[in-house]
Design a protein around this ligand. Structure first.
Ligand code: FE2
Ligand code: FE2
Length: 197
């Protein structure tokens, strides 16, 4: 079913009020890329649009607000998230999406939940948002351009590329790797290796 234009306007107004101009621009870039990739790969473009618009809706909340949002909704907070509450922004986004905008589609919510770490099981919309977040047109790095081209041909290969890029960056910064990222990477690598045997 097509998205309700009135709902989309309310979401845009919320985002422009709750995000910095640069982040809002990023979100609109993710939307554009997500919809284009959805059309390209035969994925539902309305679900892609909603997930893209809402994926960073809590990105600029304060650390204590993110933890409170998780606790209030019964979401367990692990040791990594306690240390770096920003990691929670994807997992708690669906709570705001449901409460503020009545978004209850679990496919859309799942894509928001795993958009920064990936997940062991990623459906087409999860993969699409994960990649679109990385390679939307406002991303300055050259890897984004490469991923954009790869995603046109092979979305799953693009996911693997993004995972590798993010892991390398985390390691170079000597930061801890969240287990979700680690498990997601291993799962996808194993899947692709099995398929080539
Ligand atoms: Fe994010
Ligand atoms: Fe994002």
């Amino acid at each position: 079913m097509a998205n309700d234009p009135e709902q989309l306007s309310r979401i845009e107004a919320y985002l422009s009020e709750n995000l910095s101009p640069a982040r809002f621009k990023h979100v609109l870039g993710v939307r554009e890329t997500a919809v284009a990739l959805a059309n390209r790969h035969g994925i539902d473009a309305d679900q892609a649009e909603l997930a893209a618009l809402l994926h960073d809706c809590t990105k600029e909340r304060l650390d204590n607000e993110l933890v409170a949002l998780a606790k209030h909704n019964g979401l367990p907070v692990d040791e990594y998230e306690k240390q770096t509450p920003g990691l929670l922004h994807g997992k708690v986004a669906p709570f705001v999406a449901t409460e503020q905008f009545g978004v209850t589609d679990e496919v859309v919510c799942d894509a928001m939940r795993c958009h920064s770490t990936g997940a062991v099981k990623m459906g087409p919309l999860d993969q699409l948002l994960f990649v679109a977040d990385f390679c939307e047109p406002n991303r300055p790095y050259t890897a984004a351009q490469e991923v954009r081209e790869l995603a046109e041909r092979d979305l799953e290969a693009a996911v693997l590329e993004v995972m590798q890029f993010k892991l390398r960056k985390t390691l170079l910064k000597k930061q801890p790797v969240h287990p979700d990222s680690f498990h997601a990477y291993n799962a996808l690598l194993n899947k692709r290796n099995r398929e080539t045997v």
